[in-house]
Design a protein around this ligand. Structure first.
Ligand SMILES: [Zn+2]
Length: 299
């Protein structure tokens, strides 16, 4: 009997270990992130990464996930690491999986910061997007308690934040994944939060992208003194992944244009793109979405 109970306990434990959400990984003494998240379901923020930087005087949160529920999970993981006040939130961009958990941190007294165009996006379209999240596969219960919080501080090119003993640079090089996508750079750690400028192993979301500016932005990132990169989605990355992202964008654009010129139907074009694009294990459905949104005038 005792053995049976022990086996049962072991199975239950294994089940919870398997299904439990990943906790924040330590990248440095004062930097923790969700990275390499595997559950890409809508309710779990499409596996968006997010993180924190802890300084002498407080904490900066980088992206807030997709909902109040997800933001609260993030906050409780942060509180296992530090009790310091959360002074700032930076939204790398306004997409829901990076900014719709803002209210949880605003309630803690944090100042929410973004690029000025992303602030405008949240201010003018945030509520409309929140009201139509069903289009993204989200259920009302996933979004319970979620409120749009528009950043109260915005910048255009660069903003430096000093958390006491750690200097953080927020930089927008050019329009890329969105018009105001920014990176969060820690020069001392040679560490970069790239937001969705970098998708590693996931097919990227391209519908709001500016391919020229995106490629230029990647050139600028490649020239920086950076060793480790936290992508918007995917595992911990390096400059090699940025180069692959740049090549992916070019290949997608030239192939899609070529296929559109051949007047193929959408399904055949998607199949052809899947064949020609590099293999990525997650979000293959995105290829068809990107094609329709960017080249066939449908969203
Ligand atoms: Zn995005």
């Amino acid at each position: 009997m005792k053995i049976k109970i022990e086996v049962f306990t072991l199975l239950v434990t294994l089940f919870f270990v398997q299904t439990a959400f990943a906790e924040l990984s330590k990248l440095a003494d004062n930097v923790y992130t969700y990275v390499d998240v595997k559950d890409a379901s809508p309710a779990h923020s499409f596996a968006a990464n997010a993180g924190i930087i802890i300084g002498r005087d407080g904490v900066m949160v980088v992206d807030t996930l997709i909902s109040a529920k997800e933001g609260k999970r993030f906050l409780s993981d942060i509180r296992k690491i530090t009790k310091k006040p959360i002074k700032y939130v930076i939204n790398t961009h306004a997409h829901l999986d990076h900014a719709f958990g803002n209210s949880v941190f605003a309630k803690q007294g944090a100042t929410v910061i973004s690029h000025e165009t992303e602030r405008t996006t949240l201010a003018t379209k945030g509520v409309e997007i929140l009201n139509s999240v069903g289009n993204y596969g989200l259920k009302p219960e996933d979004m319970a308690g979620t409120k749009i919080v528009v950043p109260t501080m915005a910048f255009s090119e660069k903003l430096l934040i000093d958390l006491g003993d750690v200097e953080i640079q927020l930089i927008r090089f050019a329009p890329s994944h969105t018009a105001g996508s920014v990176v969060v750079y820690l020069p001392k750690h040679k560490l970069l939060f790239a937001g969705d400028i970098l998708f590693t192993d996931f097919h990227p979301f391209l519908a709001d992208g500016d391919f020229n500016g995106w490629s230029k932005t990647i050139d600028s990132l490649l020239a920086m003194d950076v060793e480790r990169i936290i992508p918007g989605h995917g595992p911990l990355s390096s400059k090699k992944d940025l180069q692959e992202m740049q090549a992916y964008l070019t290949l997608f654009d030239t192939t899609a244009r070529e296929l559109v010129a051949q007047n193929m139907d959408a399904e055949a074009m998607t199949a052809e793109l899947v064949k020609r694009l590099p293999k990525r294990t997650l979000a293959e459905w995105m290829i068809g979405y990107n094609l329709k949104a960017r080249y066939l005038g449908k969203k």
